[in-house]
Design a protein around this ligand. Structure first.
Ligand SMILES: *Cc1c(COP(=O)(O)O)cnc(C)c1O
Length: 243
């Protein structure tokens, strides 16, 4: 299992970067979790990072994720890996998400939330759920409009198979730190609207490899990190169709 000689160095460098970002923001590093985004990374790569201590993994593509989740469970049944679904959700693809994941970050419609709740096995713990918000308001982007977030969050909170945890967003890549912070501030405002309305939210899932410092400064509690852990994804992998 020595596939990526740089993995440990990247893992340690990321931890140092995160500590520095928390320090700069006056926050406790224990408040921010790393979700390792393992899209395009194979089972061996996931297990290599798990061997360094990482437990939470994020996946965008359902078929790829299912194979990996099964592969990891087969090879290392002793490791309690926590799988998060972070990709777009089609309504005919909710069942495997409800069955195989601990978290879902990308709920943008009530219909999807209802299906996930109905399809969650009755004995299983609730599916931990974030609603995805399109804070920039651009019509092409995923996520509900900020003005619809409270209604969607209330609907999720009322479903027995789900537990509302908070808000996720994928802002536009921004040129500089100030622009990144402005976008994350808009997401944080949505999060605070939910909290102020009495919803028990504790999760702000924002920040990726290129903008985690700005996200931590604006209250991120989960940063979703791919490239800074696993290295650049290959071009062909980036062009994979969404499934
Ligand atoms: C790929 C992806 C990430 C990680 O992006 P990096 O820039 O590689 O860190 C985070 N969130 C989502 C939703 C993604 O699709």
């Amino acid at each position: 299992m020595n596939g990526d000689p740089l993995l440990r160095e990247r893992y340690e460098r990321l931890a140092a970067r995160l500590r520095a970002a928390c320090h700069a923001a006056g926050r406790d590093p224990g408040e921010v979790r790393v979700l390792a985004v393992s899209k395009t990374i194979d089972t061996a790569g996931v297990l290599e990072l798990a061997a360094l201590g990482q437990r939470a993994f994020g996946e965008n593509y359902l078929q790829e994720a299912q194979a990996k989740i099964a592969g990891c469970a087969l090879e290392r049944p002793d490791l309690a890996l926590e799988w998060h679904f972070i990709g777009p959700i089609q309504s005919n693809k909710t069942r495997p998400i409800a069955e195989h994941f601990a978290w879902v970050h990308s709920i943008e419609r009530e219909k999807i939330a209802r299906r996930l709740s109905e399809q969650r096995a009755p004995g299983a713990p609730a599916l931990q759920a974030c609603i995805q918000v399109n804070a920039s308001g651009e019509p092409s982007k995923s996520g509900c409009a900020p003005g619809q977030a409270l209604e969607l969050a209330r609907a999720v909170a009322a479903l027995p198979g789900l537990r509302l945890r908070g808000v996720m967003a994928i802002p536009e890549p921004a040129a500089d730190y100030a622009a990144q912070r402005a976008q994350f501030a808009a997401v944080r405002a949505v999060f605070e609207t939910l909290r102020d309305a009495g919803l028990a939210v504790d999760t702000l899932s924002v920040g990726m490899s290129d903008d985690l410092e700005a996200a931590v400064a604006e209250g991120a509690t989960i940063v979703r990190i791919g490239t800074a852990l696993f290295g650049p994804r290959t071009r062909s992998a980036q062009l994979r169709p969404l499934t």
